[in-house]
Design a protein around this ligand. Structure first.
Ligand code: DSN
Length: 419
């Protein structure tokens, strides 16, 4: 006798939970109707979404491929092995761990593997473009370890390796961290490695923001020089939300042990399946052109903003992001974020180095091009968008003008649909 399938396997979300279904519909519309310029966001493919939404979510798989603590792991072993093999191929790495749930989890696993509580670490100051997990005192990295920080130069706003060297000599860190979440320039990883070697420290590069550019070979690959490299898979890389860790073979066992069982339990196998898909997409020829466009778009965005009188930190960008000091425009980062939201341009307020204002209402905004580039926009659209940003700020008191700008944004969004 054929039994009927349990209806929990067939009922659509809208019938089960109308409120969540409605929020998802509204989010689809929001992503469609806004020019999203959050530098750390992107759009994943249908294939990535499908893998992420698959039954792999049902499976417990503590351990690693071929050595799990549960039966029934042959299929999840396949996807994790594919993700690892593809990641090592793309990034030319000796070892990778694709299980970290996020970039933060990846960094925590590196600390657990390489440090003891109280060890000294040296990372980039958060308000100069670093990351919470690089030693901020409100984060575990600044509470369990003795954290020191380096700053960017006061006039060029560039990382000053001589200052890093001086601070490294003074603080005698066990680990130096290079990498940032709001620094628009190429980082000299070899210079950092020389300093780390001089003071007997290990070098961790956090390439969360630039992983996609590195994957496409359009940005230096820190894996060639650093002891350990962490990354996220959802920013420029354009995969599902998650983290990964690359290291030299000699650190592999310690890193794997730190991720599991040190820090995490069961890996998110549906996300790892989606990571494997994103890796395959990164191996396709079109990916290099995509990442080249991300860079070209950021360049043109920066140049056009500059032409409109915006003050860009470091004067421009080598990456996918632009950091803007708004003080000469007489508007705070928070006000600008809200105003741009009103015309459906999504950005984030951001502290700038040596910011006289606090993190809640800082002096800058951070803009990025990965999402717009995924929609197919190019340099002409970047010129238009820089103009729309300028007009929005200039006409901030004119609600009719703001409505007209929003209509122009809507037209651009219609020309470059999500699907
Ligand atoms: N929140 C991320 C960013 O926006 O850069 C960093 O974790």
């Amino acid at each position: 006798m054929n039994r009927k399938c349990n209806s929990i396997f067939t009922e659509p979300l809208a019938d089960v939970d109308n409120e969540v279904a409605d929020a998802i519909s509204r989010e689809i519309a929001r992503q469609q109707d806004n020019l999203v310029m959050i530098a750390s966001e992107n759009l994943v493919s249908k294939a990535v979404l499908e893998a992420q939404g698959s039954v792999m979510t049902n499976k417990y798989a503590e351990g690693y491929p071929g050595a799990r603590y549960y039966g029934g792991c042959n299929c999840v072993d396949s996807v994790e092995q594919l993700a690892c093999d593809r990641a090592r191929q793309i990034f030319k790495a000796e070892h990778v761990n694709v299980q970290p749930h996020s970039g933060t989890s990846a960094n925590m696993a590196v600390f657990l593997a390489l440090l003891k509580p109280g060890d000294h670490i040296l990372g980039m100051n958060l308000s100069h473009g670093g990351h919470l997990t690089h030693g901020s005192k409100v984060n575990i990295s600044g509470r369990y370890y003795k954290a020191f920080s380096y700053e960017v130069d006061e006039s060029s706003f560039l990382i000053d390796l001589e200052q890093v060297r001086r601070k490294a000599r003074e603080s005698a860190p066990r680990l130096i961290i290079a990498g940032a979440s709001a620094y628009p320039r190429t980082i000299d990883y070899r210079g950092f490695k020389e300093i780390a070697d001089e003071v007997g420290a290990l070098l961790l590069v956090d390439m969360a923001h630039t992983a996609g550019l590195v994957a496409a070979g359009v940005h230096p690959n820190p894996i060639e020089v650093a002891d350990v490299v962490t990354a996220t898979t959802h920013k420029t890389f354009r995969g599902p939300r998650g983290g990964m860790i690359f290291c030299r073979e000699k650190f592999a066992a310690a890193i794997d042990k730190a991720v599991f069982p040190g820090l995490q339990g069961g890996p998110l196998m549906h996300i790892i399946a989606a990571k494997a898909v994103a890796m395959l997409e990164a191996l396709r020829p079109g990916y290099i052109d995509y990442q080249k466009s991300v860079l070209a778009n950021a360049q043109v965005l920066a140049e056009t903003l500059d032409a409109h009188g915006f003050k860009l930190m470091t004067g421009g960008t080598d990456t996918h992001l632009v950091l803007v000091d708004l003080r000469n425009k007489n508007i705070s980062g928070r006000e600008a974020e809200q105003l741009l939201e009103r015309v459906h341009i999504t950005v984030n307020k951001n502290v700038i180095p040596y910011d006289p204002s606090g993190a809640n209402d800082p002096s800058g905004i951070r803009l990025g091009t990965p999402t717009l580039t995924s929609r197919g926009m190019g340099t002409d659209q970047m010129r238009s968008i820089a103009g729309l940003i300028n007009e929005t700020l200039e006409k901030r008191a004119d609600s009719v003008a703001l409505d007209q700008i929003r209509e122009r944004v809507a037209e651009l969004c219609r020309q470059y649909p999500l699907c």
